[in-house]
Design a protein around this ligand. Structure first.
Ligand SMILES: Cc1ccc(-n2nc(C(C)(C)C)cc2NC(=O)NCCCN2CCOCC2)cc1
Length: 411
């Protein structure tokens, strides 16, 4: 050992251990390929008032590539609308890596599903009139900060937009995160109708990516933000497309997803998108869609006004159509989007997206490892179909149209 043994022992005795500092037994709220996340409280009750913390135990041991990337990236970044890394713990015995964050109780995936379920039961949930505007403003502020530091998100979607809960000093503040591909937050057993975020969705992928664009760009993040804005307004994924049984295709070209985009937006003309013919998969596009005449009468304005009564002259619609420009060169930068008239008009965006409204969403459920173990026959059955369907469990799932929040029901 290159260090003096006594000195090593002294260091080891002094090093604060994560299990000594935090209580996290049975408090797992997420599990995925990236590792697992616990909702913890510091053991020393002194700073217990400072709200909860999220402890992420990184999958694997030692400084993996992803652990290095996450630590190197997060330690440099500091913005109110970007998740902030508070501390890194290296357990020398197990070579485990733990990351400490301020805990975010909510996320847009669960919030939107809650509103969609409430609508199905005709039980409206009252929200501040500037709810969407406040969330959009804070997403754009966070992305503007990342983009100005040349950080691209690459996987913006509702599940990665966190919102601080009532017990946090930052109540109702948006925090952009990256929970990784797999499910990090275990949702209560979601009814089969709600597509699980674990299945990689193409619903937020910009058209140029689906047509083989080789590099991620800032404009690709802005497209995803446009998709999120539409979903906040309608409680439905704008470019919802049934999930492939098994996404083995490594090709970026996804015909069904493109079909869905064209049936909402119309088909891009040469005038709309000059560089379209230069994209790698343009040949596939022509083969599958020809000149796109069958989409001639479709447009975002038609979709949003017919299905959601949205006025095409409203500043809300104008910003949405700017963000969802088919040609990436025509999409606004995050700064240009923030300067849009939409954010200058009443009601103005608020720092607490809930304003003084009660927060109607439930807290995240804790995962008990038993219910989530891999040898569960039900799970194996679903898993074998290559889909991450909600596991039909022994617990009887009562209809979710009851007043209380969609929680895990125990029979
Ligand atoms: C390999 C890798 C993985 C993730 C990241 N990453 N990148 C980001 C951005 C938003 C700054 C781009 C955030 C994270 N990590 C992360 O959100 N971590 C999860 C935080 C867990 N939440 C904390 C708040 O409470 C709920 C759980 C980077 C590299």
């Amino acid at each position: 050992a290159w260090m003096d043994a006594d000195f090593r022992r002294q260091l080891s005795a002094q090093r604060e251990r994560v299990e000594d500092a935090f209580e996290f037994e049975g408090r797992k709220v997420g599990r995925g390929s990236y590792g697992q996340v616990f909702k913890t409280k510091p053991r020393s009750c002194a700073d217990a008032s400072a709200g909860d913390y999220a402890l992420k135990q990184i999958e694997g041991s030692g400084l993996s590539m992803s652990a290095c990337r996450e630590i190197a990236l997060l330690r440099e970044l500091k913005h109110p609308n970007v998740i902030s890394l508070k501390q890194v713990y290296l357990a020398h015995e197990t070579r485990q890596i733990w990351l400490l964050f301020d805990y975010a109780e909510h996320d847009l995936w669960r919030m939107i599903n809650f509103h969609a379920s409430a609508k199905k039961c005709n039980s409206q949930v009252s929200l501040p009139p500037n709810f969407t505007k406040s969330i959009m403003h804070q997403i754009l502020c966070g992305i503007h900060y990342l983009h100005s530091n040349w950080v691209l998100h690459r996987d913006l979607k509702p599940a990665n937009i966190l919102v601080m809960g009532a017990t946090s000093p930052e109540r109702g503040r948006v925090k952009i995160a990256d929970l990784g591909l797999a499910r990090l937050f275990h949702q209560p057993l979601t009814p089969l109708t709600e597509i699980d975020p674990v299945v990689v969705t193409f619903w937020y992928r910009a058209p140029e990516l689906l047509l083989g664009a080789r590099h991620y760009t800032k404009a690709i993040d802005l497209w995803a933000i446009g998709c999120i804005m539409a979903e906040l307004i309608t409680d439905k994924p704008l470019f919802y497309c049934k999930q492939e049984e098994d996404i083995k295709t490594s090709s970026p070209y996804n015909r069904d997803q493109l079909e869905r985009i064209f049936s909402v937006m119309g088909f891009p003309s040469q005038q709309d998108w000059r560089d379209l013919p230069h994209l790698p998969k343009y040949g596939d596009l022509v083969r599958n869609f020809g000149t796109g005449q069958q989409y001639a009468r479709f447009s975002l304005g038609r979709h949003m006004s017919r299905s959601f009564g949205m006025s095409e002259t409203s500043s809300e619609f104008r910003l949405l159509s700017r963000l969802l420009a088919m040609d990436p060169l025509r999409r606004p930068s995050a700064r240009e989007a923030l300067e849009d008239r939409y954010f200058l008009e009443e009601p103005r965006p608020a720092a607490d997206v809930f304003n003084d409204f009660d927060i109607p969403y439930g807290k995240r459920d804790f995962i008990s490892d038993s219910s989530d173990n891999k040898d569960d026959p039900a799970r194996l059955h679903f898993a074998s179909r290559g889909r991450h369907l909600a596991v039909a469990s022994q617990q009887q799932q009562r209809p979710i149209c009851s007043q209380q929040l969609p929680h895990r029901f125990d029979s």
